[in-house]
Design a protein around this ligand. Structure first.
Ligand SMILES: [Zn+2]
Length: 180
């Protein structure tokens, strides 16, 4: 199965709000499988469809890389219906080169979504999974974790990235260590 190309900030597809999926069919299943392979290969704990240039509300996650596949989630039209508490996590992103930052999120979330088998499911999450779900759903809304840090930090990062691109070094830089 072909790995998909991961789009990097400032690619405009990352800024778009993704469209809800209205039809779960074989073509969609193929895209989801390619997203799963791309996520494991990266490696990352999560991947949203806009990160591979597909502006659709689909995310895949696996926070348990010790046992790949056992806790793999493939979620279509995911929606957070309840959120509580606060947690600060050092986040990175497969689409943000060479950068991590602390981001404040809800500590616990209750989520509803559809599976590729056309089942509607409910999921409770905390810790890394809660963080990753919120991070991925942000991608579906055209938002990156760097939109959730202070303006000064964001501007400094943009300058650093512009310098890397200008020097032709952006390509050789890996996405940050904690990749969601
Ligand atoms: Zn991300």
């Amino acid at each position: 199965m072909a790995l998909l190309k991961i789009r990097k900030f400032p690619d405009p597809v990352l800024k778009q709000a993704a469209a809800p999926v209205s039809n779960i069919d074989g073509k969609l299943a193929g895209l989801i499988e390619s997203m799963v392979q791309t996520m494991y290969a990266a490696p990352g704990v999560g991947l949203a469809a806009p990160q591979v240039g597909e502006s659709q509300r689909i995310i895949v996650l696996d926070t348990d890389h010790e046992n790949p596949g056992r806790n793999l989630l493939k979620l279509i039209n995911p929606k957070i219906v309840e959120a509580e508490g606060e947690i600060v996590w050092e986040e990175g992103c497969l689409s943000v080169i060479d950068y991590t930052a602390e981001v404040k999120r809800a500590a616990k979330v209750l989520l509803r979504a559809w599976t590729p088998e056309q089942k509607e499911i409910e999921l409770e999450a905390d810790e890394l999974l809660a963080v990753a779900l919120q991070h991925e759903i942000d991608h579906l809304d055209g938002k990156l974790f760097i939109d959730r840090i202070s303006r000064i930090k964001r501007e400094l990062y943009k300058r650093k990235l512009a310098k890397l691109i200008k020097e032709g070094k952006a390509e050789e830089k890996r996405p940050s260590a904690v990749r969601i």
